[in-house]
Each structure stands twice: as C-alpha cells, then as structure tokens.
Design a protein. Structure first.
Length: 218
C-alpha cells in the first residue's frame, strides 16, 4: 500500500442502510468490526438499545423515526461526538467482555479467519491491520470502489462461517449479519485505530495464544 487515503467530505460517498448505516468511499481506509452471533447477550443488547433511545429523546430526536440517523447529523459536533464516543465504546466494551462460546480462541479456528483476510490482500483490497479475538474481528482496510466493502465482508464471513462450522460440527449462522464500519478521517485517527487493534487482546485480557494480531509496515 503506497498511499493512505482518508475520508473526504467533499467527495462522492455512498450510504447503504441495513440494521446499521454503512458509509463507503472508494479507496478510503475503513475500520471494520464484526462479531460472532452469540457475542452480545440479548439482555445486554436490549439495555444498550434502551439507553440509546433515551439519549436520542433527550436531544430532541424520536428514536422511532426512520430518519433518526439523519437527525443526529443535525446536532452539534460536540453532541454527535458524545453519542458516538459513548455508544461505540459501550458496544466494543461488551465485545471485550468475552460473552458467548468464544470459539475463535482456538488457534485452528482463528487461523481460518486470518488466512482468509490475507488471501486477496493487495488485489481486491489493501489491509493494514487486523486482530482476531475470541468472539469478534477488527480490521483496517481500503477497497477499490464503493460497492466492494460490503461484498467483500459478506464473502469473508460466509467463507469463514462455512469452514468453522465444518470444523466444530455445527451449522447455521456463525457471524452476526451486520457489522460496524467507520471511514477513517485522518492520519491521527488511523494511528488511533492501529493502536486499538494492537492493544485489543490486552484490553480484553486475552492471552497471546488466544488471538491473532497482524500489522503491515506502512
């Protein structure tokens, strides 16, 4: 990867809505997270959603409005940053709490994930960093065009799920359908995410043998 590209608010951007909004801009680095299907218990998820609804109401936004995310963009920068900081941090803290079976702590299973991420690096996408944790994955990558990110993430997750289910003798959904992604705004934010990925096993109190951390020299 010869040059890093960061989000340009003046350039064309695509927004695709599923359970979460996905912002895509060709060639721009993106911080992506996806998690195993059992990584956040239902009661924890419901509490998080309840607190989010309360916050939105306190700031004059109806959480039942289908356009509540657009209304959020109309708030002050300080309010938006408070929202993202609080609810994104809570979300990632719950992942690091180690809920669920955490099958990816097994090296043969985490290797399936890591190997699949590296297979087309430099061809379909450019990876800079990733970590495979016992119940989730974080990565930094740039994609060739605005359609590639979601397609590639679905390809990764489908392949990994099939291989992992085959090894552990199960079937059905392994990963949660939707992931979290964030277009990287600046070099300082890029360095922040790189540190976050590198430190994630320590933060989650995971032994080195139970995670995979990879970083490319930039």
């Amino acid at each position: 990867m010869s040059e890093l590209h960061f989000f340009d608010p003046g350039a064309e951007v695509s927004v695709f809505e599923r359970r979460l909004p996905h912002w895509m801009q060709a060639g721009v680095l993106c911080f992506i997270t996806w998690r195993t299907n059992d990584s956040i218990p239902q009661e924890v998820l419901q509490r998080w959603q309840h607190e989010r609804r309360q916050w939105l109401r306190l700031h004059g936004i109806n959480p039942l409005d289908v356009n509540w995310r657009q209304r959020l963009l109309d708030l002050s920068r300080e309010s938006r940053e408070e929202f993202y900081r609080h609810f994104s941090k809570r979300w990632h803290d719950e992942l690091d709490a180690g809920h669920g079976a955490c099958v990816l702590k097994s090296s043969n299973l985490s290797k399936i994930v890591a190997d699949s991420l590296l297979t087309f690096d430099g061809d379909r996408y450019d990876l800079t960093d990733f970590v495979v944790m016992p119940n989730h994955v974080h990565l930094l990558a740039a994609f060739r065009d605005e359609d590639s990110m979601l397609v590639q993430c679905e390809n990764w997750k489908h392949y990994q799920a099939v291989q992992i289910n085959r090894v552990i003798g199960t079937s059905g959904r392994f990963w949660q359908q939707d992931g979290f992604d964030h277009l990287v705004r600046s070099e300082s934010q890029f360095e922040h995410f790189r540190r976050y990925i590198a430190d994630n096993p320590r933060k989650g109190r995971v032994l080195p043998a139970n995670s995979v951390v990879w970083s490319k020299k930039i």
